[in-house]
Design a protein around this ligand. Structure first.
Ligand code: APR
Ligand code: PHB
Length: 389
C-alpha cells in the first residue's frame, strides 16, 4: 500500500487529522488496533473549546453537534456550600459546547466513511520504519497477513499506550510527569442534569463534578482514593457521596437513577518532548495527558491536529516545510499552557491526602480571587474556553 500520511490510531486525533487532510486532497490510511464498536464504547469528557467547535465545522462534521450540542456561557465552582458562577461570555466573550467525545468520534467515523477513507480495524504488531528518511514505512498484521504501507509521513495518534512515542529513541525523548494521589469515579445516568451548567465542587470530603450529555443524560464524578475499585461503590453510595459534596441548594434537586456506566480513572499530567522525530509527528494522548479537571484532553488533540494538518497542507499545496519543521514547538507552546490550567484547576479543587491547613487556605484564596477579581475570572475563562490556536 502507498499513501501520503499513515495515521496510527483511529481515535479522535487520528480521525480528525485524516478528515482534514483528505478534504485537502492528501491521502491517508488509518491503522486502529481496536474494533470500531470498542472505540465508540469509550466514555470521555464532553466539553469542546470554541476553537475545537470551529475546527470540527471546518472538517465538515459540525452539523449534529450544532443540533444536539448544548452551548454553555459559563460554569460554576463550589466550595462546601458556596456556589460561584463564572460567566465566560461576560469575561472573555466566548462559550463552550457540551457535546460528548463519543459523539464527536461517531461523527468523524461517519464522515470518513462517506469520504471513502481507508480505516483498518483490528491491526496488530504495528511498527514504524526509516523515520529519518524520505521513505518511511509502517508494517503491521491484519487479517492474519503481514502488510506494509509506504508513505511520506507518519502521524502518531495512538494514545498514551500506543507505540509511536516510544519509537522515538529514548535518548531523544524527555518526559515530564505528575501523578495525582487519587482517581475519579464516574457515573453516567439517564437523569436530568442537576444544574444548567457544570459544577466543579471543592469539598472537605473531596472533589466532585456535575456534568451532562443532554437534557436526559447526566455525567457525575467524585474523587476517590487510588485504592478504591468500582465494585466498592454501589449506585446508592455514589449518589449519597455526590450529594454530600455538592452545595445544598443544588443537591436537594439531584435526580438519581441507575448507573448505565461506572468507572474509575486515574489522574496524571504528562508531556513527552519532542512531538516530532523525522517523518513522525505525534498528536493528542500519544504525547500528552492532562487530568480531566479542565476538560482539555480532546481539545489539545484538536489543536495538535490543527497545527499538523496546516503544516502538511502547506507542504503538499505550497511546497513549504517551515510549518512542519516548527510543528512540535508550536504545538508544545499551547500544550504547556493547557497543562498549567489543568494542573492549577486540579490543585484548586481536590483534597490531597497530605494537605495541610495552609494548603486548604490557598485553595480558598484561589476561589475567593475568582469571586472578587474580574481579572482572575477573565484568565480562568480564557483558559477554560480555550486559548487561540
Ligand atoms: N496500533 C494501532 N492503534 C493503536 C495502537 C497501536 N499500537 N495503540 C493504540 N491505538 C489506538 C487506540 O485503540 C485508540 O483508539 O489509538 C487510539 C488513540 O485514541 P485516544 O486514546 O482516544 O487518543 P486521541 O485520539 O489522542 O484522543 C485524545 O481521547 O482518550 C481520550 O482523554 C483522551 O480526550 C482525550 C482524547
Ligand atoms: C464530562 O462531561 O465527562 C466532563 C466534563 C468536564 C470535565 C471532565 C469531564 O472537566
Amino acid at each position: 500500500m502507498k499513501t501520503d500520511v499513515a495515521i496510527i490510531g483511529g481515535g479522535p486525533a487520528g480521525l480528525l487529522l485524516s478528515q482534514l487532510l483528505m478534504r485537502a486532497g492528501i491521502s491517508t490510511v488509518i491503522l486502529e488496533r481496536q474494533s470500531r464498536d470498542h472505540v465508540l464504547s469509550r466514555i470521555r469528557a464532553g466539553v469542546l473549546e470554541w476553537g475545537t467547535v470551529e475546527l470540527l465545522n471546518r472538517a465538515g462534521v459540525g452539523d449534529r453537534m450544532a443540533r444536539e450540542g448544548i452551548l454553555h456561557s459559563g460554569c460554576a465552582l463550589s466550595s462546601d456550600d458556596d456556589l460561584l458562577h463564572i460567566d465566560f461570555q461576560e469575561t472573555c466573550g466566548k462559550r463552550v459546547m457540551v457535546y460528548g467525545q463519543t459523539e464527536v468520534t461517531r461523527d468523524l467515523y461517519q464522515a470518513q466513511d462517506a469520504a471513502g477513507a481507508t480505516i483498518l480495524h483490528g491491526v496488530e504488531e504495528v511498527a514504524l520504519h526509516d523515520l529519518l528518511s524520505d521513505t518511511p514505512s509502517v508494517t503491521f498484521r491484519h487479517n492474519d497477513e503481514t502488510k506494509r504501507i509506504d508513505c511520506r509521513y507518519i502521524a502518531g495518534c495512538d494514545g498514551f499506550h500506543g507505540i509511536s512515542r516510544t519509537t522515538i529513541p529514548v535518548e531523544k525523548r524527555r518526559a515530564f510527569e505528575k501523578i495525582y494521589p487519587f482517581g475519579w469515579l464516574g457515573v453516567l445516568s439517564r437523569t436530568p442534569p442537576v444544574h444548567q451548567e457544570l459544577i466543579y465542587a471543592n469539598h472537605e470530603r473531596g472533589f466532585a463534578l456535575a456534568s451532562m450529555r443532554n437534557p436526559m443524560l447526566s455525567r457525575y464524578y467524585v474523587q476517590v482514593p487510588l485504592t478504591d475499585r468500582v465494585e466498592d461503590w454501589s449506585d446508592e453510595a455514589f449518589w449519597q457521596e455526590l450529594k454530600r459534596r455538592l452545595p445544598g441548594t443544588v443537591s436537594d434537586s439531584l435526580v438519581t437513577g441507575p448507573s448505565i456506566e461506572k468507572s474509575i480513572a486515574p489522574l496524571r499530567s504528562f508531556v513527552s518532548e519532542p512531538m516530532q522525530y523525522g517523518a513522525l509527528f505525534l498528536c493528542g494522548d500519544a504525547t500528552h495527558i492532562v487530568p480531566p479537571t479542565g476538560a482539555k484532553g480532546l481539545n489539545l488533540a484538536a489543536s495538535d491536529v490543527h497545527y499538523l494538518s496546516q503544516a502538511l497542507i502547506a507542504h503538499y499545496r505550497d511546497n513549504r516545510d517551515d510549518l512542519l519543521a516548527g510543528y512540535g514547538q508550536t504545538a508544545l507552546a499551547r500544550v504547556w499552557q493547557a497543562m498549567r490550567f489543568s494542573w492549577s484547576m486540579t490543585m484548586m479543587t481536590h483534597r490531597f491526602p497530605d494537605q495541610t491547613g495552609y494548603d486548604r487556605r490557598m485553595q480558598q484564596v484561589e476561589l475567593s480571587q475568582l469571586r472578587h477579581n474580574p481579572t482572575a475570572r477573565r484568565l480562568f475563562s480564557e483558559n477554560y474556553t480555550g486559548l487561540p490556536f
